[in-house]
Write a protein that binds this ligand. Structure first.
Ligand code: G3P
Ligand code: CA
Length: 360
């Protein structure tokens, strides 16, 4: 089991009831974009008590991490997508984090937001071109907009083969709003709702004077979550900022890797600054039915690292042929390899597949 190491103390009932109504109002308002005036929802001072609730996952059951929320069902990185994920049984919700021009962390998969919002129609003249981490990217960038401006936008589904019916309904949430939602839903359900933030393009953000790390940790502290046993993982594809974060927080850190071989020496090095690796599932087993699994899970565990994999998606564009169209077969194989957690666009399917294995 993943060791978020939470205690089973329950939040006081009056604390729970007292905040639930306010939190629900906050959630509905933010989901529907009620903060179009641009003022971020005020970060509330949250008692750490809620984070001491027991997690959903029973011992031995891999974690279910809602990838950009229940992004198979709702536009990614919206409060609606995160809330549905929790309803479907996800243990963690995953916000990818980028910065606004006025230094507010918001949840978007990348700083270019042309594909996931209506920015092209709202701010056509603000299109530009930039070099980000060596790639030339054309579009609209969060760091060029204030939070007030971003709050006037509405999210849309990026993938054409997924439902478009929720386009135009939901605002871009701030990281504070995501943490407040996790707090609210955790209290409501009597279990910890974990948060698994990813720093996106951290070197780039630092270069342009909008570093992510300090503000991420400040937000966690405001919500009582900057602790070793908080239901939080911080993830990054860059090892530089994870090494820096290792000296700034005791929250578990996850190094993301998309491809390649990891030998024992490299895994030991990673273990010096991270607690887990987040691997593309193709690093564990190839897509073809004849592919034999690698030993990366056992090698990582020998180095003291937990292993989370990304991303479970059932559609033919994503699901490997070796599973014959059955997404539960992928879960079964990866559980058999010893995976500790799954990033999934469809928490309902992943929770169902784990239940099918007797893992509740
Ligand atoms: O963070 C794990 C996984 O989400 C990495 O991929 O590109 O979806 O952020 P991405
Ligand atoms: Ca991510």
């Amino acid at each position: 089991m993943q060791t978020t190491n939470v205690r089973t103390t329950h939040a006081p009932r009056d604390l729970f009831l007292g905040t639930l109504l306010g939190s629900l109002c906050l959630f509905v308002t933010a989901c529907r974009g009620g903060t179009a005036s641009g003022t971020t929802l005020e970060a509330r001072s949250v008692s750490p008590a809620w984070t001491a609730l027991a997690p959903a996952a029973a011992p031995g059951r891999p974690l279910v991490i809602a990838h950009r929320g229940a992004s198979g069902h709702r536009p990614e990185h919206t409060l609606a997508a995160y809330a549905l994920a929790v309803e479907q049984g996800a243990d963690f919700i995953e916000p990818d984090l980028v910065s606004t021009r006025d230094s507010v962390l918001v949840a978007r998969h990348e700083n270019e937001i042309g594909g996931t919002t209506d920015v092209a129609t709202r701010f056509p003249a603000r299109k530009t071109r930039k070099v980000i981490d060596g790639d030339t990217v054309e579009g609209w960038f969060t760091e060029d907009f204030t939070l007030a401006e971003l709050k006037t936008l509405r999210a849309r589904e990026r993938l054409p083969f997924r439902s478009q019916v929720y386009n135009g309904q939901f605002a871009i949430p701030t990281f504070d709003e995501v943490l407040a939602l996790a707090d609210s839903l955790g209290r409501q359900r009597g279990r910890a709702v974990g948060v698994y933030p990813e720093t996106k393009h951290p070197s780039y953000h630092r270069q342009i004077g909008l570093p992510l790390e300090e503000r991420l940790l400040a937000a966690l502290r405001r919500h009582g979550l900057d602790r070793r046993d908080a239901p939080v993982f911080i993830q990054s594809f860059e090892d530089g900022n994870l090494r820096a974060l290792r000296g700034m927080t005791r929250v578990p850190l996850v190094y993301l890797i998309g491809a390649g071989r990891l030998d024992a020496a490299r895994l030991r090095e990673i273990a010096s600054f991270a607690d887990a690796v987040g691997l593309n599932q193709r690093m564990l087993v190839g897509a073809d039915s004849s592919a034999r699994p690698s030993t990366v899970v056992q090698d990582a565990k020998a180095a003291g690292l937990r292993v989370h994999v990304w991303t479970l998606r059932p559609e033919p564009a994503f699901l490997a042929k070796r599973y014959g169209g059955d997404p539960a077969a992928e879960v079964r194989e990866l559980v058999g390899l010893g995976v500790d957690g799954f990033f999934t666009d469809f928490p309902d399917l992943t929770v169902g597949a784990l239940r099918g294995l007797g893992l509740n």
